[in-house]
Design a protein around this ligand. Structure first.
Ligand code: BDP
Length: 330
């Protein structure tokens, strides 16, 4: 008898203890953040800084755990997860976002930005507000912009010096019709594929090439299996620290302010690290024997993109004005 009630008492205490434990944890909000990049990459270091700053600035009422290296899934899926609130934070590239958030597509138009500073000026202009608004309406709150340099073509066959060199090549692109259209306009075959699959696809010849910035070309090891990097710099796409609108709405005003400040500070760090890493990655791949060529005059590549723009504006006439505004930013 005694043993049984003692057992029940212990059981009751355990249940109560568990309940207290849960209540304790529920006091602090715990969020999960998606990041595709590996340890040491500028975004990874900056996202760790973001989490640290959020904890400090909220006095521990909000804690973010980063999941690096794409372990929470591929980017298009992660964008959906954050949009619907199944994940709270994502460090996303706006490229694959265009398929669900039309306003973000304009940053994926080839050669729309002159260079990285121009991209920032545009994002800080009225056009940037339109893009942000579009994201908010689709469930993403962009708090700060990270750099991702300029994307250029690389392949395992030969240097690309003019558009016709792309002809006949199968090139991996991020998931967005604009990118398949872009490669198609150069006479190649654009093949959308998850980032994590590209190394193997290059190695086995499933694709001839891909396109990315120096740090990703290097961090993924793609340079080991695609020995020609040609500086076309055809895409300059911003990345965001994006919070799920669902999660954002649970924050107090003070917490919102803290998270926003943390994101902006982490972006300052990311941009500094980005500039350094771009140089280091470039040097590393050149030292490893990658054949690298610059393209003195990009006009032929830019001209080849005219049908891509024409088709896009025809399908999205409401964005003609936004595109013109972006191009008008000095
Ligand atoms: C990198 C971006 C990353 C993309 C990747 C890709 O930082 O978000 O997933 O390119 O090509 O530069 O998929």
């Amino acid at each position: 008898m005694f043993d049984k009630s003692a057992g029940q008492l212990i059981k009751a205490l355990v249940v109560a203890g568990v309940a207290i434990g849960v209540a304790g944890a529920a006091d602090a909000k715990e969020w999960r953040a998606w990041n595709i990049h590996v340890e040491g990459y500028p975004n990874t270091v900056a996202m760790d800084k973001f989490a640290e700053l959020v904890k400090d600035k909220t006095g521990g009422s909000l804690e973010i755990t980063n999941y690096h290296g794409g372990v929470l899934g591929n980017q298009p899926d992660a964008i959906e997860q954050v949009r619907i609130g199944a994940l709270e934070v994502g460090n996303f590239n706006l490229g694959p976002m265009g398929t669900v958030i039309p306003e973000t597509n304009v940053v994926s138009l080839p050669f729309i930005f002159k260079d990285l500073p121009h991209m920032h000026r545009v994002l800080g202009s009225e056009a940037g507000e339109v893009i942000k608004q579009g994201m908010m309406e689709k469930g993403l709150v962009p708090l700060a912009w990270y750099d991702s340099g300029a994307r250029s073509f690389y392949n395992s066959k030969k240097p690309i010096t003019q558009p016709s060199d792309v002809s006949g090549m199968k090139i991996r692109v991020m998931n967005n019709e604009l990118f398949t259209g872009m490669v198609g306009a150069l006479g190649g075959d654009g093949s959308p594929m998850a980032f994590s699959e590209v190394y193997q696809a290059l190695k086995t010849g499933v694709v001839d090439g891909a396109e990315n910035n120096w740090p990703s070309f290097e961090s993924t090891g793609h340079f080991e299996v695609a020995g020609y990097y040609s500086l076309t710099q055809h895409l300059i796409i911003p990345e965001c620290v994006c919070i799920s609108k669902t999660a954002w709405d649970t924050l107090s005003d003070a917490e919102k302010k803290a998270v926003e400040e943390a994101a902006v500070e982490s972006a300052t760090l990311q941009q500094e690290l980005w500039a350094k890493r771009s140089e280091q990655s470039k040097q590393k791949v050149i030292d490893s024997g990658v054949n690298y060529n610059e393209i003195a005059d990009k006009a032929a590549f830019q001209d080849a993109m005219k049908p891509v723009y024409a088709k896009y504006i025809e399908a999205n006439p409401a964005q003609a004005d936004l595109i013109a505004k972006m191009q008008a930013v000095e």
